[in-house]
Design a protein around this ligand. Structure first.
Ligand SMILES: Cc1ncc(C[n+]2csc(CCOP(=O)(O)OP(=O)(O)O)c2C)c(N)n1
Length: 553
């Protein structure tokens, strides 16, 4: 085996290069100077961020959009705990990611040295695997394993910690090689069982979700749906898995689900969960499918056996990545005249109605017509990102996703994700339009990364829906404790001045009709932009005002 003499820092960077890494996000720290030095002239692009949470979310967004682990580097203690916000997202959302953490010297452990944390204890619940590399000779082994663990089965984040003194040690080590991806295919008998279940079903329903999809699988599944004429829904924040104008699309199985779709899921006699865990949000708090024994016949396809049968006992469990399962569907022949076509068309019509934005709303800015403008003026391959907040409902319900990889949004419901995710998406796809939707609360959680967009010349457009409140929580508050406003009001900066102060472009929209021209100016500026949309706080959902919610409570 070929060996090389290198420092630990150099071996880390060489192992990353051997695994095809082109970019990393980081906030530097004195704990991993030797890696920073090895990155110098390495050819790997380094995005220097302003807070580790944002840096980790960028790595998550890269992992989400490429299927390859996004790489993030942070310092020990506070750097690592800040980054844990991104780790949690990658864990819940099944996203491949590797977080490298500079660690204290090996000779100082267990004294509670400066910023000392035992990450194997602290991050076990947030990561698929936490490893500490005590011997620089083993760097190729640890890094190759980290890539394999992060991408295999149900993908997720891996944490590797790097003791400072290990990184400067010069050792003879084997040359790193790329990891070998682990595929999982459906078996012949499983496909036959699936075919039999489908052909005997009267009211089948497919729900797509999770990760380990691909552009090809997206196209192939659309082809399958056309041939079999089955209704298809997408799980919460995984809408880009299916073209919303495909005649089979039945809608978003997420928060605030179309009641027609919820009824169809409950009444289906065959439910096919393709890649989705069907967790709390897509299952309407576990009410759509009975636990542990669903009323519907259930086919569950998931790349990790531990998820199969965890909550829902399936009639057929297939341990396979969605992309591999979809590839196998090509060989199936549809019945001569599928009896499901009519139900599929009715559900698609219901979706089209549900996703038509309302004209009316309280106040001089109405989000319905703004969404209509977006639908008419955005290229099909534009990427939309968001964090958490009621503002996201406008995007999820009224944007008609058409193509694969046009969405980067946390199913874990983490505020602050949209902006760093947009920076990462634009860095990855500079030729595509990238739009971040944010609330005033959400934006301010990682708003400092706007400067990262400016620094690296990444002209993202942020549609900042400013209603002056933590709206989602106010909505719940008015429902549970009407009239008793507690901790949900906000005081905001001047977001237009904020954009400009950072070297970006700022726009203020105070009337509906101002949005289109403001967007065009932002686009033409070629700069990272913030379009602040001043929304009446009463416009809390597309259907109800805060006052109506309070009065109904
Ligand atoms: C990191 C994080 N902290 C807190 C919450 C709880 N939370 C969910 S939505 C929300 C308010 C969001 O406010 P804003 O971004 O202004 O959007 P709005 O709901 O007003 O549209 C809060 C505090 C969360 N989901 N994530």
């Amino acid at each position: 085996m070929k060996t090389v003499n290198r420092t630990g820092g150099q071996l880390i960077v060489e192992a990353l290069k051997a695994n095809g890494v082109k970019r990393i996000s980081c906030v530097p720290g004195e704990s991993y100077l030797a890696v920073l030095d090895a990155l110098y002239e390495s050819g790997i692009e380094v995005l220097v961020c302003r807070q580790e949470g944002g840096a980790a979310m960028m790595a998550d967004s890269w992992g989400r959009l490429t299927g390859e682990p996004g790489i993030c580097m942070v310092t020990r203690g506070p750097g690592a705990t800040n980054a844990s916000a991104g780790l949690h997202i990658a864990r819940q959302d099944s996203i491949p990611m590797i977080l490298f953490v500079g660690q204290i010297g090996r000779d100082m452990k267990e004294r509670e040295a400066f910023q000392e944390v035992e990450y194997r204890r602290a991050f076990t619940e947030f990561a698929k695997w936490v490893g500490e590399i005590d011997d620089a000779r083993r760097i190729p082994e640890f890094v190759t394993r980290a890539f394999a663990v992060a991408t295999s089965g149900r993908p997720g984040p891996v944490v590797l910690t790097l003791p400072e003194d290990m990184l400067v040690e010069e050792v003879e080590a084997v040359e790193a090689r790329a990891y070998m991806p682990v595929e999982s295919h459906p078996g012949k008998s499983q496909l036959a069982a699936f075919e039999a279940l489908l052909k005997n079903a009267e009211r089948p329903m497919f729900i797509l979700g999770g990760t380990r999809w691909s552009e090809e699988a997206h196209a192939d599944f659309a082809d399958f749906a056309s041939r079999f004429k089955v209704p298809v829904g997408c799980s919460f924040r995984r809408q880009m898995l299916f073209d919303h104008l495909h005649p089979s699309y039945a809608g978003d199985v997420g928060i605030g689900i179309n009641p027609v779709l919820a009824k169809a899921v409950k009444e289906a006699d065959l439910l096919v969960l393709l890649g989705s865990r069907m967790s709390e949000m897509p299952s309407s708090s576990y009410t759509l499918i009975d636990i542990p024994y669903p009323k519907q016949k259930l086919v569950h396809i998931f790349p990790d056996p531990e998820e199969l049968g965890r909550m829902y006992r399936p009639d057929l469990a297939i341990c396979a990545a969605p992309a591999e399962f979809v590839a196998a569907l090509k060989d199936l022949e549809p019945p001569a005249a599928p009896i499901w076509a009519e139900r599929k068309s009715a559900l698609h019509d219901a979706y089209l109605k549900w996703s038509t934005p309302p004209e009316a709303g309280p106040g001089p800015v109405r989000m319905g017509p703004i969404m209509q403008w977006i639908e008419e003026n955005m290229p099909d391959d534009a990427i939309f990102t968001n964090g958490a907040g009621n503002y996201a409902t406008w995007l999820h319900r009224f944007h008609r996703f058409r193509k694969y990889n046009t969405q980067s949004a946390p199913t874990s419901g983490s505020m602050g994700y949209g902006l760093p995710a947009a920076v990462a998406a634009k860095q990855l796809f500079p030729e595509r339009e990238v739009v971040c939707f944010a609330g005033d609360g959400c934006f301010m959680m990682h708003g400092q990364e706007f400067i990262t967009a400016v620094r690296y010349g990444l002209p993202i457009i942020t549609v900042l829906v400013n209603n002056g409140i933590y709206g989602t929580i106010r909505m719940h508050q008015e429902r549970e404790y009407p009239g008793r406003v507690s901790a949900t009001d906000l005081v905001n900066p001047d977001f237009v001045a904020y954009a400009r102060a950072f070297g970006g472009h700022g726009e203020l929209v105070e009337k509906t009709e101002e949005f289109g021209p403001a967007y065009e100016r932002a686009r033409a500026s070629g700069k990272p932009s913030i379009i602040e949309v001043r929304l009446d706080p009463e416009a809390i959902t597309p259907a109800r005002t805060l006052k109506q919610i309070r009065e109904k409570a």
